[in-house]
Design a protein around this ligand. Sequence first.
Ligand SMILES: Nc1ncnc2c1ncn2[C@@H]1O[C@H](COP(=O)(O)OP(=O)(O)OC[C@H]2O[C@@H]([n+]3cccc(C(=O)O)c3)[C@H](O)[C@@H]2O)[C@@H](O)[C@H]1O
Ligand SMILES: Nc1ncnc2c1ncn2[C@@H]1O[C@H](COP(=O)(O)OP(=O)(O)OP(=O)(O)O)[C@@H](O)[C@H]1O
Ligand SMILES: [Mg+2]
Length: 285
Amino acid sequence: MSDESVILEESAPLDLRLSEAELAATREHVTAFVESVVEDAGADGAVLGLSGGIDSTLTAHLAVEALGTERVHGLVMPSDVNTADNMSDAERVARDLGIDYDVIDIGPIFDAFVEAFPEEDAGERIDTDPLRTAAGNVRVRIRGVLNYFVANAENRIVLGTGNRSEALTGYFTKYGDQAVDCNPIGNLYKQQVRQLAAHVGVDDDLVTKTPSAEMWIGQTDEAEMGLGYDTLDAILALHVDGPLSKSATVRQLDVTPEQVDRVVDLYERSAHKRAMPPAPDPLYR
Ligand SMILES: Nc1ncnc2c1ncn2[C@@H]1O[C@H](COP(=O)(O)OP(=O)(O)OC[C@H]2O[C@@H]([n+]3cccc(C(=O)O)c3)[C@H](O)[C@@H]2O)[C@@H](O)[C@H]1O
Ligand SMILES: Nc1ncnc2c1ncn2[C@@H]1O[C@H](COP(=O)(O)OP(=O)(O)OP(=O)(O)O)[C@@H](O)[C@H]1O
Ligand SMILES: [Mg+2]
């Protein structure tokens, strides 16, 4: 399918589409990046988690283009809160690409974590507020531990799947899905991730799938953030990354001042996630 049909279904307030030439150049740029990160690390290849979502699917496609099937290892890591459809999509991606992959049920690891927790009723409370996000983050971090086990054991690097929209809003788990060696698609807004995915031939149902972290049943990114990705991307591009003032952004896009404030708030509150953990300046040198 062409990337055109994907974008036409959306009513993005700002057209962030790359041209065909830019898509081709981005594809080459990202694959060259993956190749050089692996080579510079002296690694034999890469490992990444496959969720059936578009970020990991596109990253896997580009990794295979960069490294070949033999040097990419996928991990499908279901838990109780993942849908069977997403997990079978993840396996389909690995099979279609022809890469080695393992399916590792993280349920028993998560359960052992909860059982080891000193509060007796933690098990009953773990999937409800206020522990719901904390528990979801545990699932995400368990996947990070497994990625690094494979990376250490097989001399691979861990490929992150984070995109620019997530990075700027802090929409990821600190030391969870962010615990990676590089982010090949880290400079693409979500709209552009979808567009590049369509360009490289990812199946349409994966390109248009509703984004979800699947940290709990029914979670969707857009509901949790309170904004659609098209609106989010537009505000990021014009106001957070770009030079437009708040009022100019409101005028330019069909958005409210509150929506701009929301994005700025997400950006500012997540600064700590984009920086090395700080330490006091040295008193003596
Ligand atoms: N100012 C500050 N300076 C230094 N550290 C600060 C800090 N504020 C919080 N912290 C630390 O950060 C912690 C909170 O960060 P974190 O542990 O990440 O937790 P948090 O940001 O609360 O939760 C993760 C968010 O990312 C979303 N997510 C996660 C994973 C994947 C995806 C996806 O799209 O697939 C989305 C998830 O739905 C949730 O909204 C605090 O508990 C504290 O330890
Ligand atoms: N069940 C899972 N098994 C393996 N890896 C997973 C699983 N869930 C999440 N991940 C990893 O965590 C990453 C972050 O999840 P995220 O939801 O942001 O991306 P995605 O699922 O690829 O795309 P989308 O955001 O559109 O859902 C995934 O790309 C994948 O690498
Ligand atoms: Mg997902």
